[in-house]
Design a protein around this ligand. Structure first.
Ligand code: AHG
Ligand code: MN
Ligand code: MN
Ligand code: MN
Length: 336
């Protein structure tokens, strides 16, 4: 078994920052504040079955989905934890149509935060893993007043950090600041995230595919062929693959990151842009997976190079082990 240095998330962030003499510590503060919000959300998620918090609020979000109370709770908690730290100039959330301004009484900083407060929220009632995803950019708008939509609409390769928190059998905080991917497990008894997955590297090729196969009828012909190909027996290429699909992107990608494999949410006849959101889901997960040695594309080009046009833009995604993503791209290309 690999011996892992006993370290907390807070100390790890500090140690990483010290490698860069020019660092001001602001990004560290942001990550630290996010970890605090994560602990509070984790506590609430763990209580979900006990308190009267399940069910719909009755309102729907900008995507026309019914919003669950825990989505709203996580969204509000993140804003509450992040808006007054002095390091952000603007935020945006999957659960809010517009950008979120920093209240005028607080300092305005140089960073931009985008987040999906609760991912996989349709799984809440069944006690299945859900998560939070975040993405951090440097501001690009001039001056040091409030941030703008322009600050939020940056391509993914400009991210300075990204991460996710899974509320699963344990709560795990995974992040990258462009120097590898590191995972920390929350010890609920003393409330610290402890380094449990240092420098995560994803296998070059996996044995798992993850996709909502109920949409088969509506898929691109190349994708239909690819999935059938994965199901055929061929020992030399490790087939057939196993199928695993939770329906929480965070949890599906986290599992594949550790074991190797491919997660897909494709475009189809009914949803020409797929389902998942570029700014809150695809970019941060793509940054993390690439940092772990994997690949993320929309079927043709790198997710991180897409120039966003809208805050809530959707994009097809194929993400995971490099060889698996290259293979699906080939099937799509050769079956146009
Ligand atoms: P969210 O709960 O943030 O709206 O995201 C749900 C997403 C994502 O987590 C998951 O991968 C996908 O929806 C599942 O969609 P299907 O139910 O269509 O498979
Ligand atoms: Mn949602
Ligand atoms: Mn989501
Ligand atoms: Mn969500």
């Amino acid at each position: 078994m690999q011996k892992i240095k006993f370290n907390t998330l807070a100390r790890h962030i500090y140690e990483e920052e010290r490698k860069y003499p020019e660092a001001t510590g602001e990004l560290s503060d942001l990550l630290h504040d996010l970890s605090l919000a994560a602990k509070v959300i984790s506590l609430e998620v763990n209580k979900a079955g006990l308190v009267d918090i399940l069910g719909f609020t009755g309102s729907s979000n900008v995507h026309g989905e019914e919003v669950k109370k825990l989505d709203v709770y996580a969204h509000e908690m993140l804003i509450k934890a992040m808006d007054h730290g002095g390091h952000l100039c603007v935020m945006a959330s999957e659960e809010d149509e517009d950008i979120i301004h920093i209240p005028p009484e607080f300092y305005i900083g140089k960073y931009v935060l985008l987040f999906d407060p609760l991912d996989g929220s349709s799984n809440i009632d069944a006690n299945v893993s859900i998560g939070t995803i975040f993405s951090i950019y440097r501001r690009v708008s001039p001056g040091n007043g409030p941030g703008t939509i322009e600050d939020c609409l940056q391509p993914g390769f400009k991210q300075v950090a990204a991460g996710y928190i899974i509320y699963g059998s344990s709560t795990i905080f995974v992040y990258t600041a462009g120097n590898g991917v590191h995972g920390f497990t929350l010890d609920p008894s003393f409330g610290e995230f402890i380094l449990s997955h240092p420098n995560i590297k994803t296998p070059k090729k996996g044995k798992i595919y993850s996709i909502n196969e109920g949409n088969y009828l509506y898929w691109h012909p190349g994708l239909k062929k690819y999935i059938k190909w994965l199901q055929e027996e061929d020992k030399s290429t490790g087939r057939p693959y196993s199928s695993r699909y939770i329906g929480s992107m965070v949890a599906d990608i986290h599992r594949n990151l550790l074991y190797g494999g491919i997660f897909m949410y494709p475009a189809d006849i009914r949803n020409p842009n797929g389902k998942l959101r570029l700014m809150y889901e695809c970019n941060p997960m793509a940054f993390i997976v690439e940092q772990a040695g994997g690949r993320a594309s929309d079927g043709k080009k790198r997710i991180l190079e897409i120039q966003p046009e809208k805050l809530h833009q959707r994009v097809p995604i194929f993400i995971g082990s490099e060889e698996d993503v290259l293979m699906v791209e080939r099937f799509l290309r050769e079956n146009e």
